[in-house]
Design a protein around this ligand. Structure first.
Ligand code: TYD
Length: 206
């Protein structure tokens, strides 16, 4: 049996990632999953991480919890699905940690990447789609809104966005950048076209 393909959608908060993950997974008949929280224990880690009561969580502890969640996710969901020949579409992966903890929280992109690579036994996706909304004020975060991570404030999200663009530029064979400011359907078509083009996946319907 052929191994499935592993596709990751990345991007800042509120860029419409979850809708795009759902649409893409449906068309590819893929397993749709997400980080943090793609497993039962991971859902508990996610609740801890996003909970308002976790205010003041040390950034290193945050990075380690994200890596722990990721390790569970890869061992319990991603690798078994790929081995069974299913494609996997994940809403976020280790590139989120590089952007949010590495750049956003200032822990250092390389160290955070290494931590996550260790956590997942070096599993890297076949394709990463970056949903980029530029610096569109509609998607810019207002301090005070949202969950604990989302309330981190302005500069934080500028660093996250810059990190994503750097990661995409550093590995153009694995990354594709899609403008997420268009209509949902237009973005879906662009994501699907990128996946079909890069991975030569056959799609029965779109
Ligand atoms: P979520 O509600 O899933 O946000 P979104 O729908 O935008 O993906 O919350 C996940 C939050 O966790 C989001 O703010 C990004 C953050 N995050 C990290 O900081 N590091 C990580 O490694 C991951 C996977 C997510």
């Amino acid at each position: 049996m052929n191994r499935g393909r592993f596709i990751v959608l990345e991007g800042p908060d509120r860029v419409g990632k979850s809708t795009q993950v759902e649409r893409l997974a449906e068309v590819l008949d893929a397993v749709a999953t997400r980080e943090p929280g793609g497993t039962a224990l991971g859902a508990e880690v996610r609740a801890l991480l996003l909970d308002h009561r976790s205010d003041g969580l040390d950034p290193r502890a945050e990075a380690l919890l994200m890596a722990a969640d990721r390790s569970l996710h890869v061992a319990e969901v991603v690798r078994p699905a790929l081995a069974a020949g299913r494609h996997v579409v994940s809403d976020r992966y280790l590139f989120s940690s590089v952007a949010y903890q590495g750049a956003g929280r200032g822990l250092g992109e390389d160290r955070v990447r290494d931590l996550s690579l260790w956590a997942v036994g070096d599993l890297v996706p076949d394709l990463v789609v970056l949903l980029d909304a530029g610096d569109d004020p509609l998607t810019a975060r207002r301090p005070g809104d949202g969950d604990r991570l989302e309330r981190a404030g302005g500069d934080f999200f500028a660093r996250v966005g810059a990190s994503y663009r750097r990661q995409a530029a550093a590995d153009p064979a694995r990354w594709v950048v899609v403008d997420a400011r268009a209509d949902v359907e237009v973005v879906h078509r662009a994501v699907l076209a990128a996946v079909v083009d890069r991975l030569r996946i056959t799609v029965e319907r779109s």
